[in-house]
Design a protein around this ligand. Structure first.
Ligand code: CP
Length: 311
């Protein structure tokens, strides 16, 4: 990890392959342990602060569940309107309070780089739980764990197709930074107006990862992994463009069974129409397991940042 932020998780860029394999290994150990017992009480004296200034279900609840399953405590501030930010307090002053009350914090904020600002100004570990259209590194780690759990990242060169809003989909941006450490072939399927930003193409090129961009869903044929994302309504300044693309791709049982019957279907959730509910009870659908894996990976990350080892 980058030395300056070695006690924070701000971007998926900060991980190397060894860090990733270690996180996968500890997460797997935690998943196995939680099948036998309810808690791994290693953090009885610690407090996690969750600061969520954008909506969330999975990320906040899984961080909080992770801390509880580790025997720790949680304090939370949800929605700017319910914090003193609404009275004009600066983010800097808010963060100084968090530093005073907690040992570690997870922050979701609409502004790209907000978690970097936090890490620069407070001494406790900061976890980026999503910053605008920027990154969502802990989602990428749980995505990597899910891919490895269902389709080994090591045994074969996986074909991974990303479908949907590739421009604003921060989970895809973060996952690209992790996948560049593994052998894989990537296909990005989206309307050209919401295609992969140039900086991520440069990143893939600099690591010699082959990738294809196309608007046609049929390019996902034969994929091992379909990673579908919602068109991110909240990131569009022009509503007409959102309306044009919102139902651009619908992945259903018929498509998966015909085009890639062995593929796992992932989605960071929440979903709208892009993944049909008729997939939910098929073995291909792993999106609910994916969300559950967030518990194990976030437990592993909290332990890592607090320098606590699990035996
Ligand atoms: N995947 C994800 O970030 O979900 P939430 O927005 O519900 O946290």
């Amino acid at each position: 990890m980058h030395k300056r932020f070695s006690n924070s998780i701000l971007s998926a860029k900060q991980f190397n392959k060894n860090n990733l394999l270690e996180i996968l290994d500890v997460s797997e150990k935690i998943e196995r342990t939680l099948k036998k017992q309810k808690e791994i009480p290693l953090l009885k004296e610690y407090i996690l602060a969750t600061l969520f200034f954008e909506p969330s279900t999975r990320t906040r609840l899984s961080f909080e569940a992770a801390m509880h399953r580790l025997g720790g405590k949680v304090i939370t501030s949800v929605g700017m309107q319910f914090s003193s930010l609404a009275k004009g307090e600066t983010l800097f002053d808010t963060l100084k309070m968090v530093e005073a009350y907690a040992d570690i914090c997870a922050i979701r904020h609409p502004v790209e780089g907000a978690s970097v600002l936090a890490a620069e100004n407070i001494s406790i570990p900061v976890i980026n739980a999503g910053d605008g259209a920027g990154e969502h590194p802990t989602q990428a780690l749980l995505d990597l764990y899910t891919i490895n759990k269902h389709k080994s990242l090591i045994e074969k060169k996986l074909k991974i197709a990303f479908i949907g809003d590739i421009r604003y989909g921060r989970t895809i941006h973060s996952l690209i930074h992790l996948l560049k450490h593994f052998e894989c072939e990537l296909t990005f399927i989206s309307p050209s107006e919401i295609s992969l930003p140039e900086k991520y193409k440069n990143e893939l090129n600099s690591h010699s990862i082959s990738f294809l961009e196309n608007e046609n869903l049929n390019k996902a044929k034969g994929a091992d992994v379909l990673y579908v994302t919602r068109i991110q309504e909240e990131r569009f300044t022009d509503r007409k463009i959102y309306e044009k693309f919102k139902d651009a791709y619908i992945i259903d049982k018929d498509f998966v069974f015909k085009s890639c019957p062995k593929a796992i279907v992932m989605h960071p959730l929440p979903r709208l129409n892009e993944v049909s509910t008729n997939l939910d009870d098929t073995p291909n659908a792993v999106y609910f397991d994916q969300a559950k894996n967030g518990l194990y990976t976030r437990m592993a990350l909290i332990l890592k940042l607090l320098n606590i080892n699990i035996e």
